[in-house]
Write a protein that binds this ligand. Structure first.
Ligand SMILES: Nc1ncnc2c1ncn2[C@@H]1O[C@H](COP(=O)(O)OP(=O)(O)OP(=O)(O)O)[C@@H](O)[C@H]1O
Length: 337
């Protein structure tokens, strides 16, 4: 390993230390790219010091010619770093989309956890990935949570490098003499993320300054905290507005819903629906639902795939002494209204 220890290597080690308890057993998810190899090198240091036990898992998506060689080269570098065990898992990906690859990959990473008894998987997402994710979310137009980027912790998955630049990862690889692989699809403009990375981010840096990724990551952290708070409040408001709750339906008091501020009401409705096992409603359906609640002239009911998802029960349809309510239905059970 060449030269003076770069500051970034110490930072990466400390970032892992801050998230992983001493004595834990973890696996580094390594693609062979610069970010995850730098992560592997940082975890390997802590492994050598006996602070944690670290292995690695490489997923071969089998989507490109030569993928097995890329996977075995990544695994060999992880072994040379002293990580153990190092697993290479082949997966079947349903189609050529990024989403299908992601689903297959996370499935394999969970299998790796089960096989090895490790408690956490470390992922190599960086500050730059986070900034790109925020831009993608901004364009998706679905509110606070889509601006919230990737969480640092989700279940067993940890992202210790979210506060560090991608360029720092290249520095670590150079220092540790690691040969990283550059995914040829990273420059393929058919993937929106690549266009954001290679065309949009350079313009943003030029116009808004070099620190724009940090600012976007901070936006993500703030949006995540706001979204979490609103979701908690909405869960309480949902309980308060609920008059009846079964596996198939939920009845919500209309006047309680109307009294809620808009941002809370939309979350209450979304949680009420997803709690019944129905797919999360899209923006249009949620707006229609909100309209059904607030405007007594709105006819409803709201449908999903030809079945009733929500209907307002008011006027003569009410039992004596009963006040108006919104009935949310589990789609398979909703058609009887
Ligand atoms: N084939 C794979 N096998 C194991 N882990 C993977 C694989 N692909 C991605 N990962 C994990 O997911 C993280 C993010 O991957 P993604 O492809 O989105 O980003 P990337 O910038 O290409 O990362 P890297 O430079 O590490 O390849 C990686 O850093 C790694 O931890």
């Amino acid at each position: 390993m060449g030269g003076k220890l770069p500051r970034v290597l110490a930072d990466a080690r400390n970032a892992i230390r801050a998230m992983v308890e001493t004595g834990s057993t973890v696996l580094v998810a390594c693609s062979g790219g610069a970010d995850s190899l730098a992560l592997a090198a940082s975890a390997a240091f802590l492994n050598r010091k006996g602070e944690i036990r670290a292995g690695a898992v490489v997923v071969d998506h089998r989507m490109q010619p030569g993928s097995a060689e890329v996977a075995s080269a990544a695994a060999a570098q992880c072994r040379a770093l002293g990580l153990s065990p190092v697993l290479v898992l082949e997966v079947d990906v349903a189609d050529s989309s990024e989403q299908a690859a992601r689903i297959a990959r996370y499935g394999a990473l969970k299998i790796a956890l089960e096989r090895t008894g490790a408690t956490h998987i470390l992922l190599g997402h960086t500050l730059d990935d986070q900034a790109e994710q925020v831009m993608l979310g901004l364009a998706r137009g679905s509110g606070t949570l889509s601006l919230a980027g990737m969480p640092a912790v989700r279940g067993p998955f940890l992202r210790p490098l979210l506060g560090m630049d991608r360029s720092a990862m290249e520095q670590i690889c150079a220092h540790e003499q690691l040969h990283y692989w550059e995914d040829p699809t990273n420059t393929d403009p058919t993937y929106l993320r690549n266009d954001i990375r290679h065309r949009l981010m350079p313009v943003l840096r030029e116009v808004l300054g070099e620190q724009v990724s940090q600012a976007l990551a901070r936006t993500a952290a703030l949006a995540r905290a706001d979204a979490a708070y609103l979701d908690e409040q909405a869960a309480l408001a949902l309980l308060e507005a609920t008059r009846l709750s079964t596996e198939h339906e939920r009845r919500l008091d209309l006047s309680a819903l109307r009294a809620l501020p808009g941002p809370l009401r939309s979350r209450v409705l979304r949680q009420g629906i997803s709690g019944l096992g129905a797919p999360t409603p899209d923006f249009e359906r949620l707006s229609a639902l909100d309209h059904l609640v607030r405007d007594s002239k709105s006819a409803g009911p709201i449908q999903l795939d030809g079945q009733v998802l929500a209907t307002r029960v008011a006027g003569p349809r009410l039992a004596a002494g009963e006040s108006a309510f919104l009935r949310l239905c589990r789609p398979s059970a909703g058609s009887d209204i």
